[in-house]
Design a protein around this ligand. Sequence first.
Ligand code: SAM
Length: 290
Amino acid sequence: MNYRHAFHAGNPADVMKHAALARVLAYLGKKDSPYRVLDTHAGAGLYDLDGINARKTGEADAGIEAVLAAQDSGTLPAPAAALLAPYLDCVRSLREGGRKLYPGSPALALALARPQDKFLFCELHKEERAKLEKRVAEAPGAEGRVKILAQDGWQALAAHLPPRERRGVVLVDPPFEEPGEFQRMVAGLEAAHRRFATGIFMLWYPIKDLRAVDAFRRDVAHLKLPKTLRVELDFAQVRALDTLSGSGLIIVNPPFTLADEMKTVLNALAPLLARDGAGRVRVSWLTAGG
Ligand code: SAM
């Protein structure tokens, strides 16, 4: 457990993942009935982009900072800007105190949800969990709506589904620092979907080793779960096995608007987030229907 998300917070992969999560929550929020967010690998919840870890990598410069600069200069195309507004508003509101804070998935979800919505966050790392607990304790209205568990996220997938609300989103965002993470994801998705077939599942994965990514996509498709969307963004033309060249999301049961929304958003973001070239977006169905 060496991974610390503070080194990567606000990077292009975070922007893509958090932009998609914000769209999913906007959709869930259209109905009054409550929903639940299960975040199996939650992280610390909030990150200081001027902090020593974030500055060491500077990854946010090519991520959220590039997006905010485009928004400031009016160069973000209007349809994408409108879809990104809830996410970017949350990021900007955290900066109002003068510090460059960035929301992890728990802080973003809490900011976008309504008073009736509920949250379950799993985080195994003690210090990260303590930071998350502090963050949640400080969040207005979070009391009684949020549970934070020191539970293995993979076990949580089976243990806490279906949620009492019978609607919601499950975000699976492991660090991918241990072998077997792709296989654990496929097995976890299968077990979780069996218990909560109507839930929205978002699984993040790194694009480094293309063969591993191809095998993962094939394995997910073989589960034959209806409505499985693949969303990918390449940030680099040159690929190396040890360098993140892109970011992917498998989304099961996405809102019916999400595929088009992500095309609009990522086509606008790709040139901003790409390290070299114009970036490349792929949004396609691994399985369709329902
Ligand atoms: N979802 C977060 C976000 O978007 O802001 C980032 C999560 S980060 C990529 C992965 C987190 O999972 C790390 O904080 C790590 O400590 C934690 N972690 C690693 N293995 C875990 C496990 N088996 N169960 C729960 N958390 C785990």
